[in-house]
Design a binder for this molecule. Structure first.
Ligand code: LLP
Length: 413
């Protein structure tokens, strides 16, 4: 079911008119659907049936407190990559045992905080990091639970910036080096080996590479088991793609069925989906400021820009852009560009739309890596975020003000 749909000729978020929300909260604006978020989480959860599993939502996709809190209420765990995300999860109602900590560059301070908090598991990405966690564990006289993130050297066949499972990428430890490191970890006084972890990339549109990675990880688990180690979970990462354009991604059911085909019945599985839970649960709403047809291109200048939603500029990502209340003006090809002073500032190019000034547009599937990647470039205030629950709307992050931006800065005396 789609929680953003047209009723009476105008786009609704659940039961609310997007145009009214745009009036009430202003634009540009992120709008999320509670039901969509919960439904996507449940789709993964149900797909596992009675296979022991845990879902650790990848916080980086959308770390708004209300979003995290709704997922915590569903029973979700959280995959974090910074001390900031750790704090967000705890403040949103997650517990330390709900947290796994990934990331290639954990600082001492972040490791200290996470060890002290007693998180569920560190996904360790290098030999040096393993030593550092052991050292900090000893200092605190606490045993830190670890999994090694292995790099299986498979090509996820996705955008190069978000492909992580190739030997040439900075992530994880080479799968061939893992047995020696596991031995070392098993002997360390302040480490407890819990599992094996792997994540090969994001926006995966085919499951073949993922299946390859799962098989390579399972071969490693066999070897470790033969060597006498006990592996208590497999963390198979996130990465399932969503539909931005016409290409149809596998469903959560396909994704889970693919991995369960290979994993032994009694082996608990963890996954870390981010985008596939949050993306389709959100839209980005922007208003046309000016229409500027030229000999070369027709520009529709909108109030949302690359600082608010950077995916089109950064990855050349295509996201569907739809009019919120379609009307009968002439259809033309438009480049939808923002006010930021860069030619790379666009939300979409060559879109066939009937547009007039002040029209509202929605960029779809913007709930993941949308607000989370927003910045203050050009001293623009980041947008408000609103969460819709049936016929109610909650402002879950107010629009920034220039005072918010300036309060961290000072002039010389
Ligand atoms: N686990 C780890 C260790 C990750 O690095 C990531 C994403 C995930 C889980 C979640 O992946 P997902 O299920 O969301 O695909 N900003 C980019 C995406 C970056 C993904 C980084 N890592 C974009 O907008 O496409």
């Amino acid at each position: 079911m789609d929680y953003f749909s047209w009723q009476d000729g105008t786009l609704h978020a659940e039961e609310m008119r997007v145009s009214e929300l745009a009036e009430r909260f202003g634009t540009p604006l992120y709008l999320y659907s509670r039901a969509a978020l919960e439904r996507r989480y449940q789709a993964f959860d149900e797909a596992f049936g009675d296979h022991p599993h845990r879902i650790f939502y990848a916080v980086k996709a959308n770390s708004n407190l209300a979003v995290l809190n709704l997922l915590a209420r569903q029973g979700s765990g959280f995959d974090i990559v910074s001390g900031g995300e750790l704090e967000r999860v705890l403040r949103a109602g997650g517990t330390p045992d709900d947290i796994v900590f990934s990331g290639v560059g954990k600082t001492d301070e972040e490791i200290e905080t996470a060890v002290r908090a007693g998180i569920h598991c560190f996904n360790v990405e290098s030999a040096e990091e393993l030593d550092r966690i052991q050292h900090i564990g000893r200092e605190q006289d606490r045993v830190a639970p670890v999994a090694l993130r292995v790099n299986p050297d498979v090509d996820a066949r996705t955008h190069p910036y978000i492909s992580t499972g190739l030997r040439e990428n900075k992530f994880g430890v080479a799968i061939e080096d893992a047995p020696a490191l596991y031995k070392k970890a098993a002997k360390a006084s302040h480490l407890e080996v819990l599992g094996v972890d792997c994540h090969i990339g994001s926006q995966l549109m085919e499951l073949g590479p993922y299946e390859d990675a799962v098989q390579r990880v399972l071969a490693l688990v066999d070897r470790l088991t033969q060597e006498g180690m006990v592996i208590r979970h497999l963390d198979l990462g996130g990465g399932l793609g969503v539909q931005y354009e016409n290409q149809v991604p596998p469903t959560p059911e396909d994704y889970v069925a693919t991995l369960l085909r290979h994993v032994p019945r009694d082996m608990p599985v963890h996954i870390e989906p981010g985008r596939s839970i949050a993306a389709e649960a959100g839209i980005f709403v922007t208003r046309v400021l000016y229409l500027k047809p030229t000999d070369q291109r027709n520009f529709a200048i909108v109030d949302g820009a690359m600082n608010d939603l950077i995916r089109p500029s950064l990855y050349g990502a295509w996201q569907e852009i739809v009019p919120i209340t379609p009307h009968d003006a002439d259809c033309r090809q438009w480049d939808l560009v923002g006010p930021v002073c860069e030619t790379g500032d666009f939300l979409g190019k060559d879109r066939t739309l009937a547009l007039e000034a002040e029209d509202l547009l929605a960029v779809r599937a913007a709930g993941a890596y949308g607000f989370a990647m927003a910045s203050n470039y050009n001293a623009r205030n980041r947008p408000a975020e609103v969460l819709v629950d049936e016929d109610q709307a909650f402002l879950v992050r107010r629009r920034e003000t220039i005072e918010d931006q300036l309060q961290l800065e000072s002039r010389l005396p």
